[in-house]
Design a protein around this ligand. Structure first.
Ligand SMILES: [Zn+2]
Length: 317
């Protein structure tokens, strides 16, 4: 090819790259991300996220609760809520950090965001023993030694992400209203809104924060950098059906003046193999108490499956 063809192709490719990725169109969905972001290719790299948190875990009794500095306080200034076309992101300024619980250092908290399904499908990124929850919230923090996120992405433990499953009950979660009441102001891609800071701890299952799973993985969005120490909590956050529907039906991946309006739905990446990775259960993690650390017999799995199935049946109205 001529140099001009090459330049033209590079311009096109960089345009596509800059024009990003998507979840629901075949040419740019998660299975195609590796075509434009090589580090997303599942066969070139082996430490991808999300994964299924199955019964094959090892108990690590040294994993106790993380220190969540500043999470109980109401920070000054204002926070920013943004629809970036892929999620709703809450930028939380400075003043909060996470450490301890086996993390290799102090991490400054930058933002939190959400992954969800549709009115008919669940949309958490991780699955717990193959169960996908309705939503998942990620609190993203960067190791304090790094000057910026791109430096952190070159460090295998550059980011610490706290993952919380979100499940649904009939009652509103009043603390979740801090965010859900503002969602309509960021319904369309590119919209940004100021939000009054609140104590982030009020969103979290604060009596169960020593129950979690730990593994090393990647960003679940391009460039899929393998730079994340994952902490996925066992006990979900509960919100109402109405609050869930505000995400699944009222957020759009398109701009306000777009000719065709597209709801932002199913913004989760598919499950990846663990390969040789170890997933650890914290000292207090409960779901796997009877089985963690030793091989699980098929009868136990079958028994648990029956319990889950019975649980599901009793929940269905
Ligand atoms: Zn995420």
């Amino acid at each position: 090819m001529t140099i001009w063809t090459a330049v033209f192709l590079m311009v096109i490719l960089s345009y596509i790259e800059a024009d990003d990725y998507c979840y629901n169109e075949p040419y740019c969905d998660p299975y195609a991300w590796g075509d434009f972001f090589h580090s997303c290719h599942p066969l070139l790299e082996e430490h991808h996220s999300p994964i299924d948190l199955d019964l094959h875990m090892s108990r690590n009794t040294s994993l106790d609760a993380l220190q969540l500095e500043g999470f109980e306080e109401v920070q000054g200034g204002h926070w920013t809520l943004e629809n970036d076309g892929h999620s709703v992101v809450l930028l939380v300024g400075s003043g909060m950090s996470v450490s301890g619980g086996g993390l290799p250092g102090l991490y400054h908290t930058l933002q939190l965001h959400f992954h969800w399904g549709s009115p008919a499908t669940n949309g958490s990124e991780h699955t717990l023993d193959s169960r996908r929850y309705p939503m998942e919230m990620h609190i993203v923090s960067m190791k304090s030694i790094h000057p910026n996120v791109s430096a952190a992405l070159d460090d295998p433990t550059g980011l610490a992400v706290l993952g919380f499953f979100i499940d649904v009950v009939y009652a509103d979660n009043v603390h979740f209203n801090y965010i859900s009441q503002k969602l309509s102001t960021v319904a369309h891609k590119g919209q940004v809104s100021k939000i009054k800071p609140f104590a982030l701890m009020s969103l979290l299952p604060k009596h169960n924060l020593s129950q979690y799973y730990r593994y090393h993985g990647s960003l679940t969005t391009p460039p899929c950098s393998q730079a994340v120490v994952w902490t996925v909590y066992e006990v979900p956050i509960y919100i109402s059906w109405t609050q869930l529907a505000q995400f699944t039906s009222q957020i759009f991946s398109t701009e306000e003046d777009a000719e065709q309006v597209t709801p932002l739905q199913n913004n989760y990446r598919h499950i990846h193999p663990k390969f040789s990775r170890v997933v650890s259960a914290s000292r207090d993690a409960r779901v796997l108490l009877a089985t963690a650390g030793r091989p699980v017999s098929p009868s136990v799995v079958l028994g648990l499956f029956h319990v889950c199935l019975l649980g599901l049946l009793t929940l269905v109205p």
